[in-house]
Ligand binder design. Structure first.
Ligand SMILES: Cc1cc2nc3c(=O)[nH]c(=O)nc-3n(C[C@H](O)[C@H](O)[C@H](O)COP(=O)(O)OP(=O)(O)OC[C@H]3O[C@@H](n4cnc5c(N)ncnc54)[C@H](O)[C@@H]3O)c2cc1C
Length: 581
């Protein structure tokens, strides 16, 4: 088994996902479940072997930058183009696209695992593949039949790549500031004019551009209404340029091989995805799959750093024994493992929900369910939709935060050599730093999650967690750990109530709230893993031992320190302004 196809992944593939149920919803009763599962194994083994084979080249060429091309585009360095070509030949692109358009219609979980493997070898390559996959998902969901037929087979064959163009100089976290203009032409196509910045893989053929409709431009300024999502190719059908240009590339701290581009649209002609003026919704869909994609990228990088650190610590001797046996190093390594596995637990749970939701939608659309079955499917679909909303930003927030820490700790484990270019861990840390920023910063993720929780999603999420925990409560192996998790949940509910009494205070504490909720959901999923494989008990026990105490402390902090905090922060900051801090 390739090293990249780890036990945590296999656990979900072999034991924790009910593939029989999923496949029947997704494809109907005629599906050959055993054959599908066999194909999933083969795909993941192939992806693992290929990704593993990219690792050395990626580390050796880490500093190689993307370049501008003569035709006004940009391209990745040669090692990334070669690896992309190998993935293309192996048919490992855009795995979720349905068979009707040349894909495999694979579950999001499998796609996420493949992205994770690629990111472990090369996070810059993962950007190319991940954006292509995300763009294809959005085209499939929102494109007209004509657009789908024109682009999806080219995405799955790897002929064209994709990117998403949101950010502008004045519109970063606040996309209400977008001023790229979309003007509808008499034939129904749309002309796009404007400038985007920081566009990853901005030399791609297919751009999904968020732009403001010209006829409501002034009235909608400063808001996310009146925005449309437009598919803009770099070339027109006759092969001429479509006025899409990359005038410059950013020089960055990490992910050098990923082209980060300024992109100018000058009279570029495109086609709307979804309704006119409803582009923000369509883009949110793309961003949500991209956010889970970034979480997979972060998890892959955690795996890479962890393997480097553990291998080094077992080989490096000081004071007559391997440093892995020094209690403080051992603690650091164990925490890296547990946090990485907690990310996996949360993320795979989220992918599982996305897949269940999509399969239920497919079952409802096929129309072969009875009235009673349809009613249940609809209710479950609604509940899953509510659960996914906070879980997606929580995954992105948590995975990228842990990734920063794990890669940083890997440097510490390496000691002096970790700070030199002789080792690879510094490269991994440098690559990790962007992940808390793009696809919405950590602050934006925490605020989103808080908003969803405030709208009632926390109750739905906790209801599911409570019923899963109740089912494990009598288990002699897990019972005591379950009780510790159950005991903390009322104080989280209390903290939330207090937060929503004061929206400003709530925003101030959004990250703390996110962390407590993550603590509980990850604990529940780690315990679920133990039910399938009791060798995971130590992981669950370590997480629960550490994080339930932390959650208790955090909940008290939220409940007891509310008064005057904003005013105090303001006074503290005033000290910096006066130069006396
Ligand atoms: C390497 C790289 C690749 C990128 N790829 C793409 C891409 O492919 N497509 C694309 O469209 N964009 C891309 N971006 C842009 C990226 O998504 C933005 O940089 C990011 O969303 C933050 O926007 P900003 O840089 O304008 O920061 P700002 O929005 O100015 O934020 C600065 C700080 O203020 C905080 N902040 C802002 N508003 C709030 C708030 N309401 N509450 C709490 N905190 C807040 C932020 O969290 C952050 O810490 C990329 C950026 C980089 C560096």
């Amino acid at each position: 088994m390739p090293d990249y196809f780890g036990a945590g992944m296999r656990l979900y593939l072999d034991r924790l996902v009910d593939w029989d149920e999923w496949l029947r919803w997704q494809r109907g009763d005629d599906v050959d479940v055993a054959a599908e599962r066999g194909a999933y194994q083969t795909i993941l083994k192939t992806a693992a072997s290929l990704a593993e084979s990219f690792e050395t080249r990626a580390r050796q060429n880490w500093a190689a930058e993307a370049q501008l091309t003569e035709d006004g585009g940009a391209e990745s360095p040669p090692h990334i183009r070669e690896a992309y070509d190998e993935l293309r030949k192996a048919g490992l692109l855009c795995l979720t696209v349905s068979e009707a358009y040349g894909g495999y219609g694979l579950p999001a979980l499998l796609n996420g695992i493949v992205l994770e493997m690629i990111a472990r070898a090369d996070p810059s390559l993962m950007m190319v593949v991940g954006l292509q996959s995300g763009a294809a998902i959005d085209v499939e969901q929102y494109g007209s039949e004509e657009v789908k037929r024109a682009y999806l087979p080219r995405f799955t064959s790897g002929e064209v790549q994709g990117c998403m163009d949101l950010t502008e100089p004045q519109a970063g976290s606040d996309l209400g500031g977008i001023s790229t203009r979309a003007t509808e032409l008499p034939d129904g196509s749309v002309r796009v004019d404007g400038q985007k910045i920081y566009i990853s893989n901005g030399g791609a053929e297919v751009h999904l551009v968020l732009a403001r409709e010209a006829d409501t431009f002034e009235a909608s300024k400063g808001t996310t209404t009146g925005l449309s999502l437009i598919l803009v190719p770099r070339h027109r059908e006759d092969g001429r340029s479509n006025g899409v240009r990359v005038p410059r590339l950013e020089r960055k701290i990490g992910i050098h091989g990923s082209a980060t581009c300024e992109v100018v649209f000058d009279g570029s002609i495109g086609a709307r995805l979804g309704e006119k003026g409803q582009g923000f919704r369509a883009m949110l869909n793309l961003m949500n799959s991209a956010r889970l994609g970034v979480a997979s990228q972060a998890l892959g990088l955690c795996d890479a750093a962890l393997h480097e650190a553990v291998t080094y610590a077992r080989a490096r001797k000081q004071f007559g024994k391997p440093i892995s046996e020094q209690p403080l190093v051992m603690t650091m390594l164990a925490k890296m493992v547990v946090n990485t596995e907690a990310v996996r637990a949360l993320l795979y749970r989220a992918y599982g929900l996305v897949d269940r939701k999509q399969a239920r939608e497919a079952a409802l659309q096929r129309g072969d369910a009875t009235e009673a079955e349809r009613r249940i499917l609809k209710e479950e679909l609604e509940r899953d939709t509510v659960r996914i909303r906070p879980l997606t930003p929580l995954c992105k927030y948590f995975a990228t935060d842990v990734c920063n820490d794990v890669t940083r700790d890997a440097i510490q484990v390496f000691g002096g050599i970790g700070f030199t270019m002789e080792s690879d861990v510094g490269k991994l840390h440098a690559d990790s730093l962007i992940m808390t920023i793009y696809e919405g910063t950590s602050e934006i993720q925490a605020s989103f999650a808080l908003r969803e929780m405030g709208k009632g999603a926390l109750a739905v999420v906790f209801q599911e967690v409570r019923s899963e925990l109740a089912a494990m409560a009598d288990d002699p192996v897990r019972g005591e750990l379950v009780a510790r998790v159950v005991a903390i949940m009322p104080s989280i509910d209390e903290a939330l109530k207090q937060l929503f009494a004061d929206p400003q205070y709530a925003l101030l504490r959004a990250k703390l709230m996110a962390e407590m909720v993550i603590d509980v959901i990850a604990a529940c999923e780690l315990l679920r893993q133990v039910g399938a494989d009791d060798s995971r008990l130590d992981l669950a026990a370590s997480w629960i031992g550490r994080r339930m105490l932390a959650a208790e402390h955090t909940s008290r902090r939220i409940r007891e320190n509310a008064d005057g905090l904003i005013e105090r922060h303001t006074r503290v900051l005033a000290q910096v302004a006066s130069g006396s801090a």
